[in-house]
Write a protein of this length. Structure first.
Length: 94
């Protein structure tokens, strides 16, 4: 019987990117871009959201799971519309 190239014993798991981690980091980059577009530093955003600066930093780094309500609160605190998206070239001027 021939093994599938995708069978667990054939895959090199050290090279796989975990989808959840990838998504958290992508969302974190968007959150940071939103904060920067508003001209805020992490301390200011934390104060507006009444949370710790550590949590703001962790969310932006993608090291913690955040709910969609957190992202909505960030956009609101930054004065951005709910459909705001960061510019793909790194300039967040949307």
């Amino acid at each position: 019987m021939e093994r599938s190239p995708l069978s667990p014993d054939v895959l090199d798991h050290s090279n796989l990117v975990e989808a959840k981690e990838f998504a958290r980091k992508a969302i974190g980059r968007e959150l940071r871009a939103a904060r920067e577009a508003a001209g805020l530093i992490q301390t200011e955003l934390a104060r507006k959201l009444k949370i710790s600066e550590t949590l703001v930093s962790a969310a932006e780094l993608g090291t913690v799971h955040i709910a969609s309500t957190y992202a909505e609160k960030v956009l609101k605190a930054c004065g951005l519309p709910m459909d705001w998206k960061a510019a793909s070239d790194g300039n967040s001027s949307n």
